[in-house]
Design a protein around this ligand. Sequence first.
Ligand code: ATP
Ligand code: MG
Length: 577
Amino acid sequence: MSSPTDKDQTMKTQGEDSSAFGTPELRTHFIRNRIREDVAAGRNDGRVITRFPPEPNGFLHIGHAKSICINFGMADEFGGSTNLRFDDTNPEREEALYYERIMEDVRWLGFDWQALHHASDYFEQLYGFACELIERGLAYVDSLSAEQMREYRGTLTEPGRASPDRDRAIAESLELFKRMRAGEFSDGSYTLRAKIDMSAANINLRDPILYRIRKIPHHRTGDRWCVYPTYDFAHGISDAIEGITHSLCTLEFEDHRPLYDWLLDHISIDCHPQQIEFARGNIDFTVLSKRRLKRLVTEGHVDGWDDPRMPTLAGLRRRGYPPLAIRRFWESVGVSKSESIIPMIVLENAVRDELNERAPRSMAVLRPLKIVLSNFPADETRWLEVPLHPQREEMGTRRIAITREIYIEQDDFMLDPPGKFFRLKPGGEVRLRNAFIIRCDEVVTAADGSVDHLVCSFDPDTMSGLPGASRKVKGTIHWVSASHGKRATVRLYDRLFSVANPTADRDTDFIEHLNPQSLETIDDAVIEPDLAAQPSGHQVQFERTGYFAVDPDSTPEQPLLNRTVSLRDSWAKIAQS
Ligand code: ATP
Ligand code: MG
């Protein structure tokens, strides 16, 4: 729909009025300060070793990128290193495919790990530490069912009760634990629990479960194991085995820290990493949870994990988000202990800033309206040499063809516009970007009364480079030669959800808040022909329209481009009105 009074819909390409492409200053935050103090005090011999520990049960999303940036970023900054560790202790939820994709996504963000580990590599060691706890009288095999255990656990206001098995003899627990491992018992019949304090105010310390029986093969260890450690047991010990100095994680683990510390204090291992928690990154108009994202995929609401509407790193990559924009975004957001929801527009602005700086310019007409230039020779092609980037001469030039027939956007013409419409109208003039001024002499209508095409004349003296080029008209619009332009499919993406916080209301399934207009596919856009041959991932600014990226499914015969982000934020206007 044409908006009739928007003088800024005419040619004012993003970037032409913005000055420096600054790099944001590194802001200090409590984790940076903590680590700086540790290094200054010579703790851990001044070393900084962090880890990023994804569970391979889905693709990474933009929230994980925050954790990746913090873990790898802190280690880089202090000359340390970071391990990638797959936290694969839950065989029922994990799949082999996810390992590869997670590694690809971490690399894409620009980080490389010092060592690649799997919690499952430590199953034997972890089992040994569990036996050590039993031998020290600090763990016991319990036969309470899950339901009984819930009953015995107590509440925030009431202490828990001891399981009848709490005082089981050490030798008996050891024997039972061995038999659990040997597969003699069915799932759920026994667990191994730490013996800490059933009346602890922190419920995580009320004899937490360390091991469960799960007769499910693991994609790395096959059927060698049928007892699997819990996250709490495996995580801290894995950190210590790897010599991690700072275990940086999200706030939901704050209440688990006493257990993390208790376990490391009671087994014979020298290393005791410090767990430091920070607030999760949340962004509005999307969901950041692998479980929910998986539902979108399996129920077919999106076209796979890498659908460009998804907040997964694979989706954002396909959409054309530069990894550097994601890193700068999280750096600018900072690190704190208080939860907040960051507006999507902040991320989008980071993407615009990055692409404005380096995306070559091009012209594309999404909804074509044909113009016949009556005074342009029918068999002539005039080649124009135009800059690839308005501020970056070093990027060079491209050649574009102008011919008698061209396309402009349907929106850039109005038959009967109100006052402040500066684009094309009957009898009116407009400048064609990079070319000359044209005047609309005749509107040719189709049988149904709709506009079929326009007959215009151009003013040859106003060609860029000639003295008349300085003649001013109010509007400048983009265009593509009808004979040289190439047909392309263009996908315009919008917010995946139509409400800012799709999971706020517990009584409504978040699926109901999906934005039915999140994808619009335009099949007959016209692009500059050179673009058709560009490889997947190539990024471009279609002047006046937005930033686009070539999709992996694009071919030179059938180009396919995804809109990364519009030039301006259309939601801000909606919010204000
Ligand atoms: P999800 O809820 O999406 O499944 P998760 O926390 O279960 O996330 P993991 O694979 O266990 O996913 O996460 C690996 C690391 O990434 C953890 O240290 C976790 O704290 C961190 N992380 C996950 N989501 C976010 C987020 N939104 N912001 C910052 N860090 C996150
Ligand atoms: Mg998790």
